[in-house]
Design a protein around this ligand. Structure first.
Ligand code: NAD
Length: 248
């Protein structure tokens, strides 16, 4: 029996990068991965890829910043599979810009996706998990949320600091119903996201493990661990996956 056999997992931002890799890793471990994203075409391709592993997987269009869309997806998943066991709040956006130049609307959009997206996921899905008396929420934070952004915008790094605090707040609130809430804080990981950060290669030499970025699968495996029975007594934890770039 696979460790996550039959567990229903909703993953946001699952059309590519770490979200897709996490969806695949959870499926390999027996979970039913529900892929969500705003990129329709890529989501379709991602679903084809994952169905080669598990044909129970499905996908939904979901803009995480819209609470009404969250409510629809939660309802559909519950009706279809009867449970929501795992949520991976992975979707996020960023831009690279000095803080003086960040327009207010851009600041608000980054917070709407990166922070409100996490809040809305729990506001809509926690009632289901509370009824089940079980659930796992794993949020994608970032090293930037601990150190301040080295190369990305202040709105991004501050939003990830908010994700770290929100993770702890939700962990305390949901613990009485046996729901754990943790975060993974990736350092520098080899995805399209990374390729959008000018000058990032200059950081590689400072990474103790191999002087190179991590792979999406390194993060996916950490998420899968937090979703597993092995992590049942862990909550409110921010798990670094950064090759030793930050040891705190
Ligand atoms: N790559 C890195 O080095 C790195 C480092 C630290 C943290 N992270 C975090 O890891 C997570 C995944 O990063 P990635 O590198 O795979 O990024 P990515 O840009 O490759 O993928 C992000 C996905 O989120 C989706 N998305 C964007 N806005 C959305 C919205 N409003 N609703 C739903 N989906 C939306 C995109 O369509 C995309 O598929 C993000 O939370 C990111 O902040 C990445």
């Amino acid at each position: 029996m696979k460790p996550l056999e039959g567990k229903v997992a909703i993953i946001t931002g699952a059309a590519q990068g770490m979200g897709l890799e996490t969806s695949l890793e959870l499926a390999r471990r027996g979970a039913i991965s529900v892929l969500t994203d705003i990129q329709a075409e890529k989501l379709e391709q991602a679903l084809e890829t994952i169905r080669a592993i598990d044909n129970r997987s499905t996908s939904f269009s979901l803009d995480v910043s819209k609470k009404e869309e969250w409510a629809e997806v939660v309802e559909s998943v519950r009706n279809r599979y009867g449970a929501i066991d795992i949520i991976v709040n992975n979707a996020a956006i960023f831009t690279v810009k000095p803080f003086e130049e960040i327009p207010e609307a851009e600041w608000d959009r980054v917070f709407a996706v990166n922070v409100k997206g996490v809040l809305f996921s729990c506001q809509t899905a926690a009632p289901v998990m509370r009824q089940q008396k079980s659930g796992r929420v794993i949020n994608m934070a970032s090293q930037a949320g601990k150190t301040g952004g080295l190369l990305v915008g202040a709105h991004y790094s501050v939003s990830k600091a908010a994700v770290i605090c929100l993770t702890k707040t939700l962990a305390a609130a949901l613990a009485p119903d046996n729901i754990t809430v943790n975060a993974v804080a990736p350092g520098i990981i080899n995805t399209d996201f990374l390729h959008g950060v000018p000058g990032i290669a200059s950081m590689f030499g400072r990474i103790p493990l191999g002087k190179k970025p991590g792979e999406a699968s390194d993060v996916a495996k950490a998420v899968a661990f937090l979703a597993s029975e092995d992590a049942r007594y862990i909550t409110g934890e921010i798990l670094d996956v950064n090759g030793g770039l930050l040891m705190d």
